[in-house]
Design a protein around this ligand. Structure first.
Ligand SMILES: Nc1nc2c(ncn2[C@@H]2O[C@H](COP(=O)(O)OP(=O)(O)OP(=O)(O)O)[C@@H](O)[C@H]2O)c(=O)[nH]1
Ligand SMILES: [Mg+2]
Length: 399
């Protein structure tokens, strides 16, 4: 038993020291602990890791043991008391400029798409072969056939008009055309604040493993950072771990999670979440749903029901479809089916950090006629960025 306690103590001290190193290397806001009643705000000990198993207790009281006698009677070991831990409510980073901060995460798309295009366009002779290469570059990056043809046509025209080309002119031209292709005028605001009532209601849907729960958690952080109060609805009742995962995200920013029994009716959890959100006077209710294959009719019907049941109380303001960017064109088929079952109002493209297929932004918007509103650029808690066409294109074509 003593050995076990000693092992625990040593592990805590070593982990504490390592944690200290990691936190120390990051820029963190260090604020004094809040008064007992205040709901926010203290600095996090470390960034959470997306998909952390929520069963791992995070706020376990640390044991304090001054002296432990080793079983063989050797000298007592003195263990320093670990510093008292502050309650773990975090201050998320503001969202302004996040895409700029995270632009290096797009390096794979930058190399494959942006820089590739610039290099090709800079060739002295833009012959048919080169134009074909330009087309291939766009198709490989999943821009889609129709948008690719449009862009190539525009580029051909403008390059012809330009005559001799300086690298600067080419960059400006390509930037303009790419921003136009991605779309300047779409309303990309995530609707969380209906004018006439509270709370705003957001549903998060998509196939398995695309990043729904993670996105819901990251979005909750964004909203809390903006001063909104958030209630989370764990309408993924397939696995208890799913609700735990969501609740863990919520706890980190002080958001309440409504959950139901494992295997229970997801629609009733969603309904209860909105009801509680109303009662608590929350600004926003975010409903996380279970991943489901778009080909499973029963599950798709269930999703439709979740939305209809919620709407007995108030309209859903935003239905976010979460698509994994690394699945490329396959995402388009999913998108179509989901949009038939629940009206999708916005797209979240996750895992853009792990793919060279950034062109999927263009393709998926075309497919659904719905804007990409948020992009996931990593597993870190604040690696979700509002999508801004200019910043995105700048990241693609580099400095
Ligand atoms: N690199 C990267 N990983 C991400 C991103 N978003 C989510 N992930 C990872 O994707 C995995 C799945 O995330 P979840 O949020 O659990 O996905 P989900 O859609 O809720 O999954 P199910 O509920 O099982 O359908 C996790 O390991 C996340 O860390 C992203 O933008 N970039
Ligand atoms: Mg999930």
């Amino acid at each position: 038993m003593d050995i076990v306690i000693l092992a625990v103590v040593i592990a805590v001290v070593v982990l504490g020291a390592l944690g200290g190193l990691i936190v120390g290397s990051r820029r963190k806001k260090q604020l004094p602990p809040p008064p007992p009643a205040a709901p926010d705000i203290t600095a996090p000990p470390a960034e959470p890791h997306v998909g952390d198993e929520a069963e791992t207790p995070r706020e376990e009281p640390r044991r304090t043991i001054e002296e432990v006698d080793l079983p063989d009677g050797s000298a007592p070991v003195v263990v320093e008391e670990p510093p008292a831990e502050a309650p773990e409510i975090e201050i998320p980073e503001p969202t302004a400029g996040r895409l700029v901060r995270l632009r290096t995460r797009l390096s794979r798309s930058q190399n494959a798409l942006g820089k590739g295009l610039l290099t090709l366009l800079s060739r002295e002779h833009l012959d048919e072969d080169t134009w074909e290469e330009i087309e291939d570059t766009l198709l490989t990056a999943d821009v889609g056939v129709q948008p690719t043809q449009e862009l190539v046509e525009r580029l051909r025209e403008r390059v012809k008009v330009l005559g001799t080309r300086t690298p600067e002119e080419l960059r400006t031209l390509l930037r303009e055309e790419l921003v136009t292709l991605v779309g300047r005028d779409m309303d990309r605001v995530v609707k969380t604040e209906p004018e006439d009532r509270k709370p705003g209601i957001v549903m998060v849907v998509g196939v398995n493993g695309t990043g729904k729960t993670t996105t819901t958690g990251k979005l909750a952080r964004v909203l809390v950072a903006d001063g909104q109060s958030v209630v989370l609805g764990a309408a993924d009742t397939f696995r208890a771990a799913a609700a735990d995962q969501l609740q863990t995200w919520g706890e980190r920013v002080g958001a309440h999670t409504v959950r139901g029994p494992e295997g229970g009716d997801p629609a009733s959890v969603a309904f209860d979440a909105v009801k509680e959100g109303k009662e608590m006077g929350a600004n926003v209710v975010l409903i996380d749903t279970a991943g489901r294959l778009h080909t499973k009719t029963g599950l798709m019907d269930e999703l439709g029901k979740v939305k209809r049941v919620v709407e007995k109380q108030a309209p859903v303001d935003e239905v976010l479809l979460v698509l994994d960017a690394t699945t490329g064109q396959n995402g388009l088929v999913q998108a179509r089916v989901f949009s038939e079952v629940v009206d999708i109002t916005g797209i979240v493209l996750t895992k853009l950090d792990g793919t060279a297929k950034g062109g999927i932004v263009v393709a998926v918007q075309r497919e659904l006629g719905v804007p990409v509103k948020l992009v996931g650029l990593g597993e870190g808690a604040d690696d979700l960025a509002p999508f801004e066409p200019e910043a995105f294109v700048d990241a693609l074509i580099g400095e």
